[in-house]
Design a binder for this molecule. Structure first.
Ligand SMILES: [Ca+2]
Ligand SMILES: [Ca+2]
Length: 279
Protein backbone atom coordinates (compact mmCIF):
# COMPACT_ATOMS: atom_id res chain seq x y z
CA UNK A 1 0.00 0.00 0.00
CA UNK A 2 1.30 3.39 -0.91
CA UNK A 3 1.57 5.52 2.23
CA UNK A 4 2.32 8.89 0.53
CA UNK A 5 -1.28 10.11 -0.14
CA UNK A 6 -2.41 9.30 3.40
CA UNK A 7 0.71 10.91 4.89
CA UNK A 8 0.15 14.05 2.81
CA UNK A 9 -3.52 14.28 3.85
CA UNK A 10 -2.54 13.76 7.50
CA UNK A 11 0.02 16.60 7.27
CA UNK A 12 -2.60 18.92 5.76
CA UNK A 13 -5.07 18.05 8.52
CA UNK A 14 -2.46 18.88 11.19
CA UNK A 15 -1.61 22.12 9.42
CA UNK A 16 -5.18 23.42 9.16
CA UNK A 17 -6.23 22.27 12.63
CA UNK A 18 -3.24 24.03 14.19
CA UNK A 19 -3.68 27.18 12.12
CA UNK A 20 -7.28 27.52 13.25
CA UNK A 21 -6.19 27.55 16.90
CA UNK A 22 -3.23 29.92 16.20
CA UNK A 23 -0.71 27.62 17.81
CA UNK A 24 1.60 24.70 17.18
CA UNK A 25 1.40 24.99 13.41
CA UNK A 26 4.09 22.69 12.10
CA UNK A 27 5.14 21.78 8.57
CA UNK A 28 7.41 18.77 8.57
CA UNK A 29 9.64 18.36 5.55
CA UNK A 30 10.25 14.65 5.99
CA UNK A 31 7.56 12.13 6.79
CA UNK A 32 8.10 10.03 9.84
CA UNK A 33 8.15 12.59 12.64
CA UNK A 34 11.51 14.38 12.23
CA UNK A 35 11.00 18.14 12.25
CA UNK A 36 12.93 19.73 9.41
CA UNK A 37 11.99 22.75 7.34
CA UNK A 38 9.89 25.53 8.86
CA UNK A 39 7.95 25.48 12.12
CA UNK A 40 5.49 28.08 13.40
CA UNK A 41 4.61 28.17 17.06
CA UNK A 42 3.04 30.31 19.75
CA UNK A 43 0.67 33.17 19.26
CA UNK A 44 -2.59 34.18 20.88
CA UNK A 45 -4.77 32.69 23.56
CA UNK A 46 -3.73 29.98 25.97
CA UNK A 47 -0.37 29.19 24.39
CA UNK A 48 2.18 30.95 26.61
CA UNK A 49 5.13 30.49 24.27
CA UNK A 50 6.31 33.40 22.18
CA UNK A 51 5.28 33.58 18.55
CA UNK A 52 8.15 32.27 16.43
CA UNK A 53 9.14 31.05 13.01
CA UNK A 54 11.88 28.43 13.24
CA UNK A 55 14.06 27.48 10.30
CA UNK A 56 15.45 23.99 10.55
CA UNK A 57 12.61 22.80 12.76
CA UNK A 58 11.67 23.63 16.32
CA UNK A 59 14.58 21.91 18.03
CA UNK A 60 17.23 23.74 20.03
CA UNK A 61 19.62 24.02 17.10
CA UNK A 62 17.19 25.91 14.87
CA UNK A 63 17.41 29.49 13.78
CA UNK A 64 14.26 31.28 14.91
CA UNK A 65 12.66 34.67 14.43
CA UNK A 66 10.62 35.27 17.55
CA UNK A 67 8.59 37.91 19.30
CA UNK A 68 8.00 37.92 23.04
CA UNK A 69 4.55 37.41 24.52
CA UNK A 70 3.82 41.15 24.57
CA UNK A 71 5.23 41.74 21.10
CA UNK A 72 7.70 44.25 22.58
CA UNK A 73 10.89 42.53 21.45
CA UNK A 74 11.63 40.80 18.19
CA UNK A 75 14.74 38.66 18.04
CA UNK A 76 16.66 36.32 15.78
CA UNK A 77 17.92 33.35 17.78
CA UNK A 78 20.36 30.60 16.98
CA UNK A 79 20.53 27.57 19.27
CA UNK A 80 18.43 29.48 21.76
CA UNK A 81 20.82 32.48 21.95
CA UNK A 82 19.58 35.84 20.68
CA UNK A 83 21.89 37.06 17.89
CA UNK A 84 19.92 40.16 17.03
CA UNK A 85 17.08 41.82 18.89
CA UNK A 86 14.99 44.92 18.39
CA UNK A 87 12.73 46.77 20.74
CA UNK A 88 11.60 50.32 21.29
CA UNK A 89 14.20 50.71 24.04
CA UNK A 90 17.16 48.64 22.89
CA UNK A 91 18.73 47.18 19.76
CA UNK A 92 21.39 44.46 19.95
CA UNK A 93 23.53 43.58 16.96
CA UNK A 94 26.48 41.19 16.61
CA UNK A 95 29.79 42.40 15.10
CA UNK A 96 28.62 44.92 12.54
CA UNK A 97 30.55 46.58 9.73
CA UNK A 98 29.27 49.79 8.18
CA UNK A 99 30.50 50.80 4.77
CA UNK A 100 28.35 53.90 4.25
CA UNK A 101 27.45 56.85 6.46
CA UNK A 102 26.29 56.10 9.98
CA UNK A 103 24.27 58.60 11.93
CA UNK A 104 22.33 58.62 15.17
CA UNK A 105 19.55 60.93 16.29
CA UNK A 106 20.94 63.64 18.53
CA UNK A 107 18.46 62.71 21.25
CA UNK A 108 20.16 59.36 21.71
CA UNK A 109 22.51 59.50 24.67
CA UNK A 110 23.16 55.87 25.50
CA UNK A 111 25.07 53.58 23.15
CA UNK A 112 26.92 50.45 24.20
CA UNK A 113 29.33 48.19 22.36
CA UNK A 114 30.18 44.77 23.72
CA UNK A 115 28.26 45.72 26.86
CA UNK A 116 30.44 48.82 27.40
CA UNK A 117 28.67 52.15 27.21
CA UNK A 118 30.00 54.55 24.59
CA UNK A 119 30.17 58.31 24.27
CA UNK A 120 27.46 59.86 22.14
CA UNK A 121 28.23 63.05 20.25
CA UNK A 122 25.81 65.78 21.26
CA UNK A 123 27.39 68.83 19.61
CA UNK A 124 30.32 69.65 17.32
CA UNK A 125 31.33 73.22 16.45
CA UNK A 126 33.77 73.49 13.54
CA UNK A 127 33.15 77.24 13.03
CA UNK A 128 33.38 76.70 9.27
CA UNK A 129 29.85 77.73 8.30
CA UNK A 130 28.05 81.03 8.05
CA UNK A 131 28.46 83.08 11.24
CA UNK A 132 24.81 84.16 11.07
CA UNK A 133 23.61 80.56 11.42
CA UNK A 134 26.49 79.32 13.55
CA UNK A 135 26.43 78.08 17.16
CA UNK A 136 25.83 80.87 19.67
CA UNK A 137 29.30 81.58 21.03
CA UNK A 138 29.93 84.92 22.71
CA UNK A 139 31.94 86.59 21.28
CA UNK A 140 31.57 84.85 17.93
CA UNK A 141 34.61 86.25 16.08
CA UNK A 142 36.21 84.00 13.49
CA UNK A 143 39.77 83.67 12.25
CA UNK A 144 41.79 81.28 10.13
CA UNK A 145 45.39 80.25 9.47
CA UNK A 146 46.34 79.67 5.86
CA UNK A 147 43.14 77.99 4.71
CA UNK A 148 40.18 80.42 4.79
CA UNK A 149 37.77 77.47 4.54
CA UNK A 150 38.90 76.15 7.93
CA UNK A 151 37.85 78.85 10.34
CA UNK A 152 37.96 78.81 14.12
CA UNK A 153 36.73 80.84 17.05
CA UNK A 154 39.05 83.78 17.81
CA UNK A 155 42.40 84.21 16.10
CA UNK A 156 44.93 86.88 15.19
CA UNK A 157 43.89 90.40 16.30
CA UNK A 158 40.72 88.86 17.83
CA UNK A 159 41.26 86.87 21.06
CA UNK A 160 43.77 88.02 23.70
CA UNK A 161 42.56 88.48 27.28
CA UNK A 162 39.22 87.13 26.11
CA UNK A 163 36.63 84.73 27.49
CA UNK A 164 34.44 82.96 24.94
CA UNK A 165 31.39 81.06 26.11
CA UNK A 166 28.45 79.00 24.96
CA UNK A 167 25.44 77.63 26.83
CA UNK A 168 24.16 74.22 25.73
CA UNK A 169 20.56 73.49 26.68
CA UNK A 170 18.01 70.65 26.55
CA UNK A 171 20.62 67.92 27.06
CA UNK A 172 19.11 64.42 27.30
CA UNK A 173 19.60 62.33 30.47
CA UNK A 174 23.28 61.54 31.07
CA UNK A 175 25.80 61.11 33.88
CA UNK A 176 29.06 62.24 32.29
CA UNK A 177 30.25 64.82 29.77
CA UNK A 178 33.38 64.76 27.63
CA UNK A 179 34.52 68.04 26.07
CA UNK A 180 37.20 68.13 23.39
CA UNK A 181 38.67 70.98 21.39
CA UNK A 182 41.80 72.10 19.51
CA UNK A 183 43.58 75.18 20.81
CA UNK A 184 45.74 77.47 18.66
CA UNK A 185 48.43 79.57 20.34
CA UNK A 186 49.33 82.33 17.90
CA UNK A 187 52.54 84.40 18.02
CA UNK A 188 54.34 85.66 21.12
CA UNK A 189 53.18 83.58 24.07
CA UNK A 190 55.49 83.76 27.09
CA UNK A 191 54.17 81.23 29.60
CA UNK A 192 50.52 82.22 29.80
CA UNK A 193 47.81 79.62 29.37
CA UNK A 194 44.47 78.89 27.76
CA UNK A 195 41.86 77.15 29.91
CA UNK A 196 38.66 75.24 29.34
CA UNK A 197 35.95 75.84 31.94
CA UNK A 198 32.73 73.96 32.66
CA UNK A 199 30.16 75.92 34.68
CA UNK A 200 32.95 78.39 35.48
CA UNK A 201 35.36 75.77 36.85
CA UNK A 202 38.65 75.14 35.03
CA UNK A 203 38.80 71.51 33.86
CA UNK A 204 41.76 71.80 31.46
CA UNK A 205 44.59 74.30 31.08
CA UNK A 206 47.88 74.45 29.21
CA UNK A 207 50.54 77.14 29.00
CA UNK A 208 52.75 77.96 26.06
CA UNK A 209 56.06 79.73 25.52
CA UNK A 210 56.82 80.66 21.94
CA UNK A 211 60.57 80.05 22.56
CA UNK A 212 61.54 78.25 25.78
CA UNK A 213 65.21 78.04 24.73
CA UNK A 214 67.86 80.73 25.20
CA UNK A 215 68.68 81.12 21.52
CA UNK A 216 65.68 83.07 20.26
CA UNK A 217 67.08 83.24 16.74
CA UNK A 218 66.82 79.46 16.50
CA UNK A 219 63.09 79.60 17.32
CA UNK A 220 62.56 82.29 14.73
CA UNK A 221 64.52 80.38 12.11
CA UNK A 222 63.22 76.87 12.74
CA UNK A 223 59.83 77.49 14.38
CA UNK A 224 56.65 77.00 12.38
CA UNK A 225 54.85 80.22 11.52
CA UNK A 226 51.44 79.91 9.85
CA UNK A 227 49.32 82.55 11.59
CA UNK A 228 49.32 86.25 12.37
CA UNK A 229 52.79 87.80 12.68
CA UNK A 230 56.02 86.04 11.73
CA UNK A 231 56.54 84.68 15.26
CA UNK A 232 56.21 80.86 15.34
CA UNK A 233 52.83 79.48 16.40
CA UNK A 234 51.64 76.32 18.14
CA UNK A 235 48.48 74.97 16.58
CA UNK A 236 45.93 72.24 17.33
CA UNK A 237 46.84 71.51 20.93
CA UNK A 238 44.35 68.91 22.10
CA UNK A 239 42.16 69.93 25.04
CA UNK A 240 40.03 67.28 26.70
CA UNK A 241 38.09 66.97 29.93
CA UNK A 242 35.69 64.38 31.31
CA UNK A 243 33.44 65.41 34.17
CA UNK A 244 30.54 63.97 36.14
CA UNK A 245 27.50 65.89 34.98
CA UNK A 246 23.75 65.30 34.89
CA UNK A 247 22.20 68.73 34.47
CA UNK A 248 20.19 69.39 31.29
CA UNK A 249 22.31 72.45 30.50
CA UNK A 250 26.05 73.01 30.16
CA UNK A 251 27.99 76.27 30.40
CA UNK A 252 31.22 75.98 28.45
CA UNK A 253 33.89 78.65 28.17
CA UNK A 254 37.49 79.16 27.13
CA UNK A 255 39.70 81.94 28.47
CA UNK A 256 43.35 82.90 28.70
CA UNK A 257 45.61 84.15 31.48
CA UNK A 258 46.98 86.87 29.17
CA UNK A 259 47.04 90.29 30.91
CA UNK A 260 44.14 92.61 30.17
CA UNK A 261 46.35 95.00 28.22
CA UNK A 262 47.55 92.28 25.81
CA UNK A 263 47.43 93.34 22.17
CA UNK A 264 45.79 90.42 20.32
CA UNK A 265 47.66 91.47 17.18
CA UNK A 266 50.88 90.36 18.96
CA UNK A 267 49.65 87.46 21.10
CA UNK A 268 46.39 85.69 20.36
CA UNK A 269 44.61 82.36 20.48
CA UNK A 270 41.75 80.46 18.96
CA UNK A 271 39.72 77.29 19.44
CA UNK A 272 38.34 74.87 16.86
CA UNK A 273 36.31 71.63 16.72
CA UNK A 274 34.63 71.94 20.08
CA UNK A 275 32.76 68.70 20.75
CA UNK A 276 30.44 67.80 23.60
CA UNK A 277 29.79 64.09 24.13
CA UNK A 278 27.45 62.52 26.64
CA UNK A 279 27.33 59.18 28.39
CA1 LIG B 1 37.27 74.81 11.68
CA1 LIG C 1 52.76 83.54 13.71
Amino acid sequence: MDLWPSTFILALCILFRSASSQKNLRVAGVPGGATYGIALRGGYGADDSAAAVSFGGADAGATAVASDARGAVMSVKRQGEALISFSGLDTVLPATSIEGDFSLPSTLSQISAGGVRQWSLWSLDTFDGDVATSPPWTPNDRGFCGNPMDQFLGGHCRFGATQAMRKYTALPPHTRVRVRARIHYIDKWEGDSVSLLVHGNPVWSQSHDWCPCFLKWMCEKYGLDTCGRNTPDRLSVKAEAIIAHSSDFLDLSFNSSLPFETDPCYTSWGVDDVSVELM
